[in-house]
Design a protein around this ligand. Structure first.
Ligand SMILES: Nc1ncnc2c1ncn2[C@@H]1O[C@H](COP(=O)(O)OP(=O)(O)OP(=O)(O)O)[C@@H](O)[C@H]1O
Length: 754
């Protein structure tokens, strides 16, 4: 158990934007869970060639933190509870994900937090009596600083024959939960300079509850997040020493010799010495980038990691050489027993050191952590809000562009292509935004759990009640504040929706107005030009098109009467083309939007009715049908004449424009006598024009409109036109009948006289 070798895992981080700007070519290929193949960039291919590396584990770009933890550290970390030291350190170039893998303190937690959770849970379940102390150090250009007590200055390291490594003046703080460790790390990070080695030490004092002697064993969990370069941008000197140590150990291993390892050459290697040579389980996480930009560093990292993975700790080497395992086991065991006895003595003398950090300081750390958490929540809520709104806007744009595309597809290829391009771009953007939104929503879904965890941590802390109460109230206050904030965001979204809706309404209103204008204009056009002129067809939305005469082929394409250029606001259209995303620009698509409706077909002369003139029949629904037919159809149909001559009071049939047909007005008293009629007829003043005019005076509409209706609709009842006195519409048959009647009357009179 004591003679475990060092384990090495390699983690490849995902490509980042900077990598992709240069190339998306991957220089690493994971061939199986333990093997990695390097693929050099083309220019180095001949010189370097591909190389295979083997490690304990290889994790590709999509491996999760959870995966890595479960495979590498989950069980190994529990060795601490058996009194065995555990060391975890990351190795790799800048930006390869060392801190991400080891130290991530929120959401996608790093290995450290996961390991601490595992430890605290196990202690809780197994009810082990363990006291833990936490220290946090930084090595900066060979100076060792205490991040929990920056007043201490450069700390000295010394080796104690009994106790091993001792760091003078290093602050050790009791911790009982992961959250407390997080608090301390966050506190320490504020003191830390960037790009340096961070070393965290968790010392465990384990009370052995098996057996009666209640011995205390001690184990150390050392976590080192190593910087690649120092402040000056040079490769870190301590890391160089570590590299030397690793190569020498590797060499010694291969040659099976007992080497001299220069641990003392740097503070980093002095601290890590036990991890390579003593009672320790060591896990090295080599972090590499897949990009060709970092190829050199990647190879260097892999080389050192491979050397390290071949190193058995010195104890084993020695044992292998001397082949006296039993004896050495005993030696190491005795050493540990002595050490434990010593510690026990110490403990009896002055019980475990009281926490240096007082309630007030600790509360401050909790407080900062609570504020950090809620700020994070607020940021994420704001991002969710932002993405939701952006998504609404993009959807709106896509719809608008799709409508535009439908409208001009097949008419203006260039514009259609540009709309298609815009739609495609927006759809991509929409997809990205939706992905982002899901990500944020996923993060937000954990807030509830995190809030509860915060509360629990406060409750479980060893703070006095008044401090606890203060922190619980602080959490509640922040929850309330956030709820108010969320309501405000929702209100804002509603308000923005309302504005968007209003804009759509405004556009639709303007479209309706435009349509009305077009209809009115076309009516006017028909009235002015009559049936002999084809209805003018207007250009499509493309205002550059000339006004064209609607041939059949064109009508097929443009099923609706086209609209005169001036209906389109050309400037607005051009502006719209230039800034297609603006939803404020007017949309001038009314006439074509009506495409689903039946196209407006101008009235053509009613040939059918003209044909029927000689034998008129009344349309079924025509109000005239109610009139006694003989009054209308017989030769006395001339009675209609006064209607179209002068006096409106004499009207018998009045065209009811509003009702859309003729109205029968029966006013027998007003019907002129035969004599009167005769006089009128004989006056011969009734040309077509005068008839028209007189007729129009009986109507309530404007002359221009009546004119058309006169021409087209007056034919419908037929009766008036059957009158021989309406020029151009004389019905010869009736004329003959009248003459015959008159002849009969004459003959009758003559016979009477006889
Ligand atoms: N596996 C990963 N998944 C997602 N993001 C990652 C991963 N690895 C690294 N990153 C991201 O890459 C960036 C650099 O990572 P990180 O700071 O951990 O690198 P580092 O090796 O510690 O760098 P340095 O030595 O300069 O401190 C960070 O933004 C981190 O979130």
């Amino acid at each position: 158990m004591l003679l475990e070798n060092i384990k090495v895992a390699i983690r490849i981080r995902p490509f980042n934007n900077k990598d992709l700007e240069i190339s998306d070519k991957c220089t690493l290929k994971v061939t199986d869970q333990e093997t990695l193949l390097t693929i050099p960039p083309v220019e180095r291919e001949v010189k370097q060639g591909k190389k295979i590396y083997k490690f304990n584990w290889v994790f590709d770009q999509i491996a999760s933190q959870k995966d890595i933890f479960e495979k590498t550290l989950e069980y190994q970390v529990l060795c601490l509870l058996d009194g065995i030291n555990v060391t975890l350190f990351s190795y790799g170039a800048s930006g390869t994900g060392k801190s991400h893998t080891l130290m991530k303190l929120n959401e996608d937690y790093g290995l450290l937090i996961r390991a601490l959770n595992q430890l605290f849970q196990t202690i809780h379940i197994k009810k082990r009596k363990i006291s833990m102390k936490f220290s946090y150090l930084e090595i900066q250009q060979e100076q060792l600083y205490d991040l929990l007590n920056n007043m201490n200055g450069n700390l000295e390291i010394r080796d104690d024959i009994d106790k091993g490594l001792i760091i003078n003046g290093m602050r050790e703080i009791d911790v009982v939960s992961t959250q407390e460790v997080i608090n301390l790390i966050q506190y320490g990070k504020r003191q830390k300079s960037s790009k340096q080695h961070e070393i965290l030490i968790l010392t465990n004092y384990i009370q052995d509850n098996i057996g009666s002697n209640n011995e205390i064993s001690v184990s150390k969990f050392i976590i080192a997040d190593l910087g690649w370069i120092d402040k000056s941008g040079q490769k870190s000197a301590s890391l160089q020493v570590l590299n030397d140590c690793i190569s020498l150990m590797s060499e010694a291993q291969n040659k099976k010799i007992q080497p001299f390892i220069p641990y003392r050459n740097s503070k980093l290697t002095r601290i890590l010495k036990d991890s390579f040579s003593g009672n320790s389980k060591t896990l090295i996480i080599g972090c590499v980038s897949p990009s060709i930009i970092n190829y050199e560093d990647t190879i260097q990292t892999l080389e050192y990691c491979q050397m390290a993975s071949g190193i058995f700790n010195q104890g084993i080497i020695k044992n292998l050489q001397q082949n006296n395992h039993q004896e050495d086991f005993k030696l190491i065991y005795d050493q540990l027993v002595n050490e434990n006895a010593e510690l026990k003595k110490q403990l009896n003398n002055k019980s475990i050191q009281k926490p240096i950090i007082n309630d007030k300081e600790q509360t401050k750390l909790y407080e900062e952590n609570i504020i950090d958490h809620f700020n994070n929540e607020q940021d994420i809520n704001q991002s969710i809000f932002k993405y939701k709104w952006e998504i609404e806007q993009i959807k709106f744009n896509i719809n608008e562009n799709q409508e535009n595309l439908q409208r001009i597809d097949g008419i203006d290829r260039k514009a259609a292509d540009s709309f298609r391009h815009l739609i495609e771009q927006d759809q991509k953007l929409l997809y990205n935004y939706q992905e982002q939104l899901t990500k944020f929503q996923k993060e937000a879904s954990n807030f509830g759990i995190q809030r509860t965890a915060l509360q629990e941590n406060v409750n479980q802390s060893n703070l006095s009640n008044s401090y606890k109460l203060y922190l619980i109230n602080l959490i509640e206050k922040h929850i309330l504040r956030l709820e108010v904030y969320e309501i405000k965001l929702k209100e804002q979204i509603n308000e923005l929706h309302r504005q968007q809706h209003e804009r759509i309404m405004a556009i639709q209103r303007s479209q309706i107005t435009l349509r009305d204008r077009i209809i009115a204009d076309q009516r006017k056009h028909i009235i002015q030009h009559g049936k002999n002129h084809s209805v003018q067809h207007y250009s499509q939305i493309d205002t550059t098109t000339e006004v064209i005469d609607g041939t059949k082929a064109k009508l097929k394409h443009y099923p609706l009467p086209k609209v005169k250029d001036h209906y389109f606001n050309r400037e607005a259209y051009i502006q719209r083309k230039e800034s297609p995303k603006s939803i404020f620009s007017p949309r001038l698509q009314t006439p074509l939007q009506l495409k689903d409706k039946k196209p407006f077909v101008p009235k053509t002369p009613h040939t059918k009715i003209l044909d029927n003139l000689s034998t008129p029949t009344l349309p079924k629904q025509n109000p005239l049908a109610k009139a006694p037919p003989q009054k209308i159809i017989d030769s006395k149909s001339m009675v209609a004449l006064p209607l179209i001559t002068t006096n409106r009071n004499l009207s018998k049939f009045v065209y009811d424009w509003r009702g859309g047909g003729y109205k029968f007005i029966e006013d027998a008293n007003k019907i002129p006598s035969q004599r009167e009629l005769k006089q009128i007829i004989q006056s011969k003043q009734h040309t077509q024009q005068s008839l028209d005019k007189s007729f129009f005076t009986t109507s309530s509409r404007s002359t221009s409109t009546k004119r058309v209706s006169f021409k087209q609709s007056l034919l419908l009842p037929g009766k008036v036109h059957e009158s021989p006195y309406v020029k151009g519409f004389i019905n010869k048959e009736i004329q003959r009948k009248i003459k015959l009647q008159q002849l009969n009357q004459k003959m009758m009179k003559a016979s009477k006289k006889k």
